[in-house]
Design a protein around this ligand. Structure first.
Ligand SMILES: O=C(CO)[C@@H](O)[C@H](O)COP(=O)(O)O
Ligand SMILES: [Fe+2]
Length: 214
């Protein structure tokens, strides 16, 4: 599995070292949660942090935009060094255009769905997107409980993407740990985001290895 540690659960006073630790431990992506205090009831960090971390890591920078008006921000995150930018379906008035505009910058585009959002909103962009992120918690905070009811949505998405000629990654995000990840993988996910499971461990290498082996 592709493992994407979420920096949200790291100690923000030592970010550079913690990014280096997950990279050394075999992580594939670095998941960067951008929250604006409007789309979600929490505020994290902006493009400047992505820009500052970029020279220190070869990890794929996977930017999860939990902001209103994502069209106003994604280009800045691309310039800052994002490799993948994911926008929320619930925040986009013209999702197809937003996805196309992200891809025109030469990076990958993802679309994210909250747990209560049905797959129907993305049927007509599946031909365009590189990744679909299915939230397995309500976005806004790390350390929440995995919502099992999202699993049939993962299965359905897997069926839909299997019919496409190109690869579309399925990312799950929220409450992923050694107990919940196997079910998500069985349902069809191939990218596992994990915040508290990775950064809450004494050694980040252990949870990363557990997820990688799935
Ligand atoms: O996008 C989000 C939360 O909104 C996530 O990326 C969290 O950061 C995941 O944290 P854990 O649930 O794994 O602790
Ligand atoms: Fe996230």
């Amino acid at each position: 599995m592709i493992v994407a540690p979420s920096l949200l659960s790291a100690d923000f006073a030592t970010l550079k070292q913690q990014v280096a630790a997950v990279e050394k431990a075999g992580a594939d992506y670095l998941h960067l949660d951008i929250m604006d205090g409007h789309f979600v009831p929490n505020i994290t960090f902006g493009a400047q942090l992505v820009r500052d971390l970029r020279p220190h890591s070869k990890l794929i920078f996977d930017v999860h935009l939990m902001v209103e008006h994502p069209d106003e921000y994604f280009a800045d995150f691309c310039r800052a060094g994002a490799d993948i930018i994911t926008v929320h379906v619930e925040a986009c008035n013209h999702l197809h255009r937003t996805v196309q505009n992200i891809k025109q910058l030469g990076i990958k585009a993802g679309v994210a769905l909250n747990p209560a959002t049905p797959l129907s909103g993305i049927h007509y962009v599946l031909d365009e997107v590189d990744m679909v992120l299915l939230m397995t918690v309500n976005p806004g905070f790390g350390g929440q409980k995995f919502i099992d009811a999202v699993m049939p949505k993962v299965e359905r998405l897997k069926q839909l993407t299997a019919n496409l000629e190109r690869n579309v990654d399925i990312q799950v995000d929220g409450g992923i740990n050694e107990n919940t990840a196997p079910g998500a993988v069985a349902a069809g996910a191939n990218i596992l985001v994990a915040g508290s499971f990775v950064f809450g461990a004494e050694e980040v290498s252990k949870p990363i290895e557990i997820l990688r082996q799935l």
